[in-house]
Write a protein that binds this ligand. Structure first.
Ligand code: DC
Length: 228
């Protein structure tokens, strides 16, 4: 890794607040924010649009060479492109969450996205969030944080977020059930399961406000970078 650039890897389960925290931390530090979940979601969307099931592994494998996934930045905000089309909004549905989780357990999908993620961190300082950033993608990251919260807290946050957006009504119970199912799938898959890197700092945000979570991450990053 280029010594002049710094990588902050933030891993953790769905709904722990990773993306909001990581985005704010990146902005505070002047680093580029990379949301890697968006990449898996984009492949999920491509599979869904072809009318395939997310668990149809041969089908998923056949889609990979046919598509192009690209990251673009506009005013500091990440956009993800599928064959040149900006799909940043289209990938944010509960259906595509499920597709993303399913395709992310296919080793070829993870291999397909590996270089794209590593290249992002090669020339610029990044805050990258995902499930296997500290363990697989950027094992040499200077700062690794495992951000988590209880399933109930995470489901309540996601529920509030959907309500704010005015998205179709989904019950809290349903979100909690989906979240637990997704956690189990993400943690039990054979390739790059969700797990804390041995050298990651564990941060449980169940009892923290968003601002407290951001400040906590910033202080971990600053302490690590200063080397104390
Ligand atoms: O963070 P997210 O909800 O946008 O992620 C969508 C899915 O992609 C999630 O089920 C796990 C998977 N994922 C992954 O396997 N590895 C990553 N680095 C990021 C996301």
């Amino acid at each position: 890794m280029n010594q002049d650039v710094i990588a902050v890897a933030i891993d953790g389960p769905a709904g722990a607040g990773k993306s909001t925290v990581a985005r704010a931390v990146a902005q505070a530090l002047g680093f580029v924010y990379v949301d890697t979940g968006a990449l898996y979601r984009t492949i999920g969307l491509a599979v869904c649009r072809r009318g395939l099931d997310g668990t149809d592994v041969p089908g998923v494998l056949a889609v990979l060479p046919e598509i192009q996934v690209t990251l673009a930045y506009q005013d500091g905000a990440q956009h993800v492109l599928l064959d040149g089309e900006d799909v940043s909004d289209a990938i944010r549905t509960p259906q595509i969450s499920t597709y993303a989780s399913q395709v992310s357990s296919v080793p070829a999908v993870r291999a397909y996205l590996l270089d794209l993620q590593r290249n992002m961190a090669r020339r610029q300082s990044v805050v990258m969030d995902g499930r296997d950033i500290g363990t697989v993608i950027l094992p040499d990251a200077q700062v690794k944080i495992f951000l988590t919260a209880s399933p109930e807290t995470r489901a309540a946050r996601r529920f509030a977020e959907l309500k704010d957006k005015g998205t179709e009504p989904v019950s809290y119970a349903r979100i909690l059930e989906d979240m637990k199912a997704r956690d189990a799938l993400d943690a039990s898959r054979a390739v790059a399961p969700l797990k804390q890197a041995p050298d990651a700092v564990l941060l449980d945000t169940s009892e923290m406000t968003l601002d407290e979570s951001i400040q906590a991450v910033l202080s971990i990053v600053r302490r690590r970078i200063k080397g104390d």
